[in-house]
Design a protein around this ligand. Structure first.
Ligand code: SF4
Length: 222
């Protein structure tokens, strides 16, 4: 697997993998493009402090599925959360990842919009959400609110789709402008989207309420 860096805070270690199978127009992550250092699962696990929760992120951590399974075994599955675009999360891979938590990013429910934004079809992602629910995984779905691209109607469609599967945990992320692709959403836009999604789902939050990047973290680059 190709690894870019580790971000270590008090209780959590985030592993940033390199490379991605999507080509999102508003990609926030340099790791989505290229770079990184090739490592075995054992070598990588050796850099992760034993007592910490681990977030596997990217880029896209499922690109090397065999490496991912080995890494989860090395780390101990009950402390691992996988952050993924979900495209490669099929039934076989999920069976082998049982016991971990999953954060799956659903960019858009509209298939044309998803294709336009990511360059890829969203059918495998929608199916992955259904499989995660049916298999009883601890998971949440997130979507990035991107002004002019993914706004209230799309968020409502996603919330409606999720509610058709079950009362799935849903988080709306505030887009961070990186390349003049769009602007930063206003707080009221996110709040309105959360309010609308709550008409469908019982557990909706946003990145405005709980920030996922703790202060004072150390970056270990490879
Ligand atoms: S899935 Fe994430 S890392 Fe990959 S291109 Fe899209 S935003 Fe970037």
């Amino acid at each position: 697997m190709r690894v870019s860096y580790l971000a270590v805070s008090d209780k959590k270690c985030t592993v940033q993998m390199a490379g991605c199978n999507f080509r999102c127009r508003g990609c926030f992550s340099k790791q989505g493009k290229s770079g990184g250092v090739e490592m075995t699962a054992k070598e990588l696990a050796g850099h992760v402090p034993e007592y910490m929760e681990v977030m596997l992120a990217g880029g896209e951590p499922t690109l090397d599925s065999e490496g991912l399974i080995l890494l989860v075994e090395e780390l101990g599955r009950n402390r691992v959360t996988l952050s993924t675009n979900g495209y490669l999360l099929d039934e076989e891979l999920l069976e082998r990842l049982r016991g971990i938590r999953v954060h799956i990013d659903l960019k858009a429910h509209d298939s044309w919009l998803h294709n336009w934004y990511t360059g890829m079809d969203n059918a495998p992602v929608l199916e992955a959400v259904r499989l995660l629910y049916e298999k009883g995984f601890g998971f949440e779905v997130s979507s990035v609110y991107i002004p002019g691209v993914v706004e209230m109607p799309e968020i409502e469609n996603i919330a409606s789709f999720l509610s058709g599967i079950g009362d799935i945990k849903y988080k709306i992320m505030r887009y961070v402008p990186v390349n003049d692709f769009s602007r930063r959403p206003q707080v009221w836009e996110i709040e309105n989207a959360v309010r609308k999604a709550r008409e469908y789902l019982g557990n909706v939050s946003s990145s405005i309420e709980n920030r996922s990047h703790p202060e004072g973290r150390e970056i270990i680059r490879f």
